[in-house]
Design a protein around this ligand. Structure first.
Ligand code: UDP
Length: 317
């Protein structure tokens, strides 16, 4: 039987790559996005694709999409700190009402449901690396709470639909991801540092740069999401690259890769910025046979090529 996936957040960075993967796997795909933080450019290459349809819709409002679905993926949400701090209410709504609406569609269609949660459910973690059984250390009233708690609520809502109605559900906890289609100006560290290094602007390290992150290339992440979608695992699964760097080390890698001579400027650390983050991916390896394969340098090169292709596409005056 022909498989058809409904994907919210289809015009987003990871959502658009997931649509590509589903199409490559033979699915029909209906993408939904309200274009709050997504961009039409991420889907422009699918304009002539007969197995892809796009619906502009806020999934936090009640809505219906014609057709029946074998798979429902709820990937919509502002995801960078800059975006969710600008849109805190929309972030809370898409994690709560949006998750509920997507789960109802999955329930009605007896479809497999996958929600993209986040490493932010661990907050500022005291268990390191983060393992799925860790309950986290989230400030419920801090500036990041709109995102962290929305995603924690989304996980709880997903488990409730599974327990109450037997919906087949999976929960992916996504760690920092980068690659083509990440927004150049969304404030995240990968596009920020690349933009600065490529354009001769000082690299802005927040705090003293001793906080750590672990960066996963988008094709690796999407491969993990696809495997999870096809699996029977109900409980959360971490997806990320366990190569952990301090932000200062990361800045040095970017400077070396781009051959840039820019200086480093130290700026205040945002409130509640997690001090350390590294996924324990033992569970994904065991259950899904998954592990990331793209190295940081290769992934960053492809991201640089993407940013340069965007600049080339802008007509010069
Ligand atoms: N960061 C930084 N300079 C920037 C942007 C981010 O030093 O211009 C730091 C930020 O404080 C955090 C890390 O890089 O410690 C990752 O930030 P990002 O916004 O990419 O995502 P987060 O992992 O915090 O959600």
């Amino acid at each position: 039987m022909q498989k058809t996936a409904l994907v919210s957040g289809a015009a987003g960075f990871i959502g658009s790559h997931m649509c590509d993967r589903l199409l490559a796997e033979g699915f029909n795909v209906v993408g939904v996005d309200n274009m709050l933080t997504g961009t039409a450019r991420n889907l422009s290459h699918l304009a002539g694709e007969p197995r892809f349809d796009f619906v502009e819709q806020n999934v936090s409002e009640s809505f219906s999409v014609p057709g029946s679905f074998s798979h429902v993926l709820h990937m919509a949400s502002p995801a960078s700190p800059r975006d969710y701090l600008e849109f805190p209410l929309e972030t809370l709504e898409v994690g709560s009402a949006g998750t509920r609406n997507m789960l109802q569609i999955a329930h009605r269609n007896e479809a497999k449901f996958l929600v993209t949660s986040t490493s932010e459910t661990y907050g500022d973690p005291v268990v390191h690396p983060q393992v799925e059984t860790y309950w986290g250390n989230v400030n419920p009233v801090g500036p990041r709470s709109c995102y962290d708690e929305a995603k924690r609520f989304a996980e709880a809502m997903t488990m409730a639909f599974h327990r109450k109605y037997g919906v087949r559900t999976s929960i992916a906890r996504i760690f920092n991801t980068y690659g083509p289609r990440i927004k150049l100006n969304d404030g995240r560290v990968v596009p920020a540092f690349l933009d600065q290094a490529l354009h001769g602007k000082p690299i802005t390290i927040f705090g003293n740069g001793s906080q750590t992150r672990s960066f996963c290339y988008v094709s690796d992440l999407v491969d993990g999401l696809f495997r999870l979608l096809l699996s029977d695992e109900i409980y959360p699964v971490n997806l990320g690259n366990p190569l952990e760097l301090t932000i200062r080390e990361f800045a040095e890698r970017i400077i070396a890769l781009t051959g840039s001579t820019v200086s480093i400027s130290y700026e205040p650390l945002p409130e509640d910025d997690p001090r350390q983050r590294k996924p324990d991916i033992t569970k994904a390896g065991r259950l899904l046979g998954w592990q990331p394969v793209v190295g940081l340098e290769e992934g960053l090169r492809k991201t640089v090529e993407y940013f340069q292709s965007l600049e080339d596409a802008v007509p010069s005056r």
